[in-house]
Design a protein around this ligand. Structure first.
Ligand SMILES: [Zn+2]
Length: 419
């Protein structure tokens, strides 16, 4: 085994593959990007939550990724992300994963030891006062009380990340995996000045993170476009990049540290801003996409017509019937207006073109329906319950499925962000 520490490249794409049948189609998008001149590191991510809903194990994700890499002759690095794990859930991933998204959002705002908070602020007088960071026009002005408040809010979460990190190290060894810390699944966004305090604390905790996932301003609903103030997003995203560059130098965090954008698929309206910011700062980024691939599977079924279309309609009808249960685990990241969801009988009468038009993320198409899209997004449990019946149909509709999966990642994601 090589002793070189694992380092993730500048641009990487998190790809979720709920039923472990699309790894080749996903990798084909990275391969196409490579031919077009940009290196995208593929990272297969599947959260503990997804594994539980589907009833799968991380070993199946590893097997699918390795098989795709072999089949397509991919020689560049690729990773397997244990997505949104904590101390209680990490163990089933430790053997097969080499990227860990340590999710400590639940520990935000839980009270940290006041003595630890005081020690942190004492150790970091540079965080108090007027901070001028390269690239940010308006300096941050913070009082000791501000820094204390921020530290009190995030210190316990960072300490928890340290525990999880050290646990993974005890099994895999230092440098044998890419650590990410995520704080995105929480109510309020983290501001750039807060991010600076968080990064200082992470450095103190000795976690050599290569990616960090803050919660950004605005709504990042699953599978649909960004909702929020575009100008504010762009300003904060740029400021975050400057904060990271500063923290790398000031606190000795890994030089390749970059932002990780969770629920990053389909956020078409902010891609130009992200692209501009990356170019301006020469920065890298990790963009996680997961359910967008499952949606393309369903589009592939519908596009194939016949039994494929019938199964896609059945998935919609079942998802509609079990909407509350399916939406519950994703309540904070979806926004579905029930009155915009057609009855199952209406959808059952649809042609292939109508179904595909409603589901495919083409906002120019008058048939497009963001509410159906979000419902199907959270509806993968329905397909999981169908078991072999779903998988058989997926294989029968292989051509349209793969074409849509590859095309979606390449044309709607990689191209606007990186090409
Ligand atoms: Zn996330």
């Amino acid at each position: 085994m090589s002793t070189q520490p694992l380092v993730i490249g500048k641009f990487s794409l998190g790809m979720g593959d709920r039923f472990a049948h699309e790894a080749e189609a996903q990798l084909a998008a990275c391969l196409a990007a490579r031919k077009l001149g940009v290196e995208i590191v593929p990272v297969w991510n599947k959260s503990n939550r997804e594994h539980n809903i589907i009833g799968s194990e991380p070993t199946s994700t590893r097997a699918a990724a390795d098989a795709a890499v072999k089949a397509l002759g991919w020689t560049a690095p690729y990773f397997l992300d244990a997505d949104h794990i904590g101390l209680k859930t990490v163990d089933r991933f430790v053997g097969v994963s080499d990227f860990f998204t340590i999710d400590v959002a639940d520990f935000i705002a839980q009270p940290a030891d006041p003595a630890a908070v005081k020690a942190f602020v004492d150790r970091h007088p540079e965080l108090v006062g007027t901070l001028t960071l390269a690239g940010i026009d308006r300096p941050f002005t913070t009082t000791r009380a501000d820094v204390e408040r921020t530290a009190a809010k995030f210190l316990l979460a960072v300490q928890e990340a340290g525990k999880v990190y050290r646990h993974i190290v005890s099994v895999k060894g230092v440098g044998r995996f890419v650590p990410e810390i995520s704080m995105d699944e929480t109510d309020s966004p983290q501001t750039p000045p807060e991010l600076l305090v968080i990064l200082a604390a992470i450095a103190d905790e000795g976690v050599p993170i290569q990616t960090i996932a803050p919660k950004f301003t605005g709504r990042f609903n699953k599978g649909v476009d960004y909702v929020g103030d575009l100008a504010q997003f762009e300003r904060e995203f740029n400021d975050d990049l400057c904060v990271i560059a500063h923290a790398v130098k000031r606190y000795g965090l890994p030089a390749n540290l970059k932002l990780s954008v969770h629920s990053g698929s389909d956020k078409f309206s902010i891609y130009p801003a992200i692209r501009r910011a990356l170019a301006k700062h020469g920065a890298g980024v990790h963009v996680k996409t997961a359910g967008t691939t499952w949606l393309e599977e369903v589009i592939g079924l519908a596009e194939a017509g016949g039994a494929g279309l019938a199964l896609a309609k059945e998935i919609y009808a079942e998802a509609l019937a079990h909407m509350d249960e399916l939406c519950q685990p994703y309540a904070t990241v979806i926004d579905i207006d029930r009155s915009k969801l057609p009855a199952a009988a209406v959808v059952n009468a649809w042609t292939s073109e109508q179904f595909v038009g409603a589901l495919r993320h083409d906002q120019q198409n008058p048939l497009y329906n963001a509410h159906i899209r979000q419902l199907i997004h959270v509806g993968f449990k329905v397909a999981a319950k169908m078991g072999p019946r779903y998988l058989e149909q997926l294989k029968a509709c292989r051509e349209s499925g793969s074409r849509n999966v590859t095309g979606n990642l390449l044309e709607r994601h990689i191209r606007p962000l990186f090409l």
